[in-house]
Design a binder for this molecule. Structure first.
Ligand SMILES: [Zn+2]
Ligand SMILES: [Zn+2]
Length: 345
């Protein structure tokens, strides 16, 4: 299946992690991890609707400075940052690091959603209060459930807390609702002209309106919704991607993440250490290639896209890729769509 999501990794595998997920033909992106964002254009950063930060180790979060810089002065583009407990204070520290005496000139529509074990807390940053965080709400939540929805785009973000050497690292899964399309041949056969009524038809189907509801057609006629749905529309499965990094190689983590990411089309997963350095992986709370491969086999994604290799392997990335291909088989291991400098403009 050719998916709707373009999954782009702007950095080489030993670089600081960042993943950009772009649903095709829609002007928005989801950013997972805010490591090195220096290769990502301002235009692309402006399209980020939500930034997902697994945890606030510096290699995963220092890019927030660039993201926030680009977003200043664009209050028409709301930005939500999702992260573990303490995220609001850490984002506030980012903002507190700069001088804001011309503050009214730099409006920013920012919210932070903190994922706690049992609840989601929303924080806002009113500029009139100097960007000090204000707790705006809290609702119950449990692991694996949806944390964020971009309703108008049919995107749902789920989250799973994992252990990363004693701290929490959040794994993410993005699900797109199934596609509903008009079959142009069926439309021609029925002698119907395309128009805004097709959007209305799809809306009624998505909302589960009764099949007997009458839909107005061009030319003043009408027909039952159920007939039109059967004759004119077809469905395609929604795309799925999961992103996970910085997790201890424990049975509990591997099992929980494999269930959470089961059958996604793309699994973007850290493989920080080679098999020979498995002791370091345990010590520092990371996956080495054997666990990353086993996890991929259990989750059975359409493809595994590895990222976040330790910088110690710079120039030797091929060795990790070879190991992963061996440990993950039969799951194909591939690189993500490279960031195209033209489309990134
Ligand atoms: Zn970390
Ligand atoms: Zn890391």
């Amino acid at each position: 299946m050719k998916g709707s999501f373009l999954v782009e990794l702007p950095n080489p595998p030993c670089g600081d992690p960042a993943v950009i997920v772009r649903p095709r033909n829609r002007g928005l992106a989801v950013l997972a991890e805010a490591g090195d964002l220096s290769r990502v254009s301002p235009r692309r950063l402006l399209s980020v609707r939500v930034a997902l930060v697994s945890h606030f180790h510096v290699d995963h979060a220092y890019g927030l400075a660039r993201l926030l810089r680009v977003r200043l002065g664009h209050p028409e583009r709301p930005l939500s940052i999702l992260g573990p407990p303490g995220s609001a204070a850490r984002v506030a520290h980012h903002l507190a690091g700069y001088l804001w005496n011309l503050l009214p000139a730099y409006p920013l529509d920012l919210a932070v959603l903190e994922v706690h074990r049992d609840r989601l807390e929303t924080w806002t940053f009113p500029r009139e209060a100097g960007f000090d965080p204000v707790r705006a709400g809290s609702r119950p939540w449990s692991a694996g459930e949806a944390v964020f929805e971009i309703e108008e785009e049919g995107l749902l973000v789920r989250c799973l807390p994992l252990d990363h050497g004693g701290t929490t690292s959040l794994a993410w899964r993005i699900d797109e609702e199934e596609g509903l399309h008009v079959d142009p041949d069926a439309l021609a056969r029925a002698g119907l002209a395309p128009g805004p009524w097709l959007g209305e038809l799809k809306r009624l189907v998505r909302e589960g309106a009764p099949p007997g509801s009458l839909v107005e057609l061009p030319g003043g006629r009408s027909a039952p919704l159920g007939d039109l749905e059967r004759e004119l529309l077809f469905r395609t499965p929604g795309d799925t991607v999961a992103v996970a990094c910085d997790l201890s190689p424990t049975e509990e983590n591997v099992g929980a993440l494999a269930r959470f990411a089961r059958n996604v089309r793309t699994l973007v997963l850290e493989a920080y250490y080679r098999a020979a350095d498995a002791a370091l992986a345990r010590e520092h709370g990371h996956l080495a290639t054997p666990e990353a491969g086993r996890l991929a086999r259990e989750a059975a994604p359409g493809r595994l896209v590895p990222f976040h290799f330790s910088p110690r392997y710079e120039g030797k990335e091929g060795l990790l890729l070879d190991e992963l291909r061996r440990f993950a088989a039969p799951v194909p291991v591939s690189s993500a769509t490279p960031l195209d400098p033209c489309s990134n403009g």
